[in-house]
Ligand binder design. Structure first.
Ligand code: AMP
Length: 191
């Protein structure tokens, strides 16, 4: 969980990967599903999210959640209780996204994210931030899993986007812009 501009950033993917690293029961259950790029079941994800959040005290940016209409409903009914919310949809050409994902590398020690094409580490294989030498490719960032993740995304996103559009809280951000511009866009929505 990362604190930023008064919001805590919570990625359900990160929470699930932590369970896998810790070899918990939940982690063992979801490992193969995640490596293939399929979705973990809605109740497991919601449980993990609520366990890691304190909505009474903090404001959150949920990253990768909700992923489908059912999760959006569960979120509304069980977690948000009418809190002020925006849904931010990052749109980008899918082939550009695939190239980005396949070239992503993450530092296993501090979590810093690099990209071999657009943001390579200054020294090959070494993290610029912490100096660690564990720059790793996520198990699901191979082309087959990435393409499956995008197929899953295409099959689950539309009803959820319609829901948020109907509620008047859907904001769209062009994710093909550079990271600075994307951050500016997000901040202007959150202000
Ligand atoms: P991400 O880190 O958001 O790319 O998610 C990586 C993987 O974690 C996904 O492909 C799913 O297998 C799983 N995952 C993350 N968030 C969710 C979610 N909200 N619902 C179901 N599965 C999820």
């Amino acid at each position: 969980m990362v604190q930023n501009e008064g919001y805590s950033h919570v990625s359900t993917g990160d929470l699930l990967r932590k369970e896998i690293t810790e070899e918990s029961e939940l982690g063992k259950r979801v490992k193969d599903i995640m490596e293939k790029g399929d979705l973990v079941d809605d109740h497991t994800v919601l449980q993990l999210l609520t366990k890691n959040c304190n909505l009474q005290e903090n404001s959150y940016i949920f990253d990768g959640f909700p992923r489908n209409f059912e999760q959006a409903k569960l979120l509304e009914e069980n977690v948000l209780n009418g809190s002020k919310t925006y849904a931010i949809y990052f749109h980008i050409d899918l082939e550009v996204l695939i190239t980005r994902l396949i070239n992503r590398r993450t530092c296993k020690d501090c979590g810093a994210i690099f990209n071999l094409l657009t943001k390579p580490p200054l020294k090959n294989g070494t993290c610029d931030i912490c100096g660690g030498v564990n720059l790793d490719q996520r198990k699901d960032d191979n082309e087959e899993s990435v393409r499956n993740r995008l197929d899953v995304f295409k099959s689950t996103m539309c009803p959820m986007l319609e829901l948020y559009e109907g509620m008047g809280i859907l904001k769209k951000v062009d994710a093909s812009a550079n990271p600075g511009e994307v951050t500016k866009e997000i901040n202007s929505i959150l202000e």
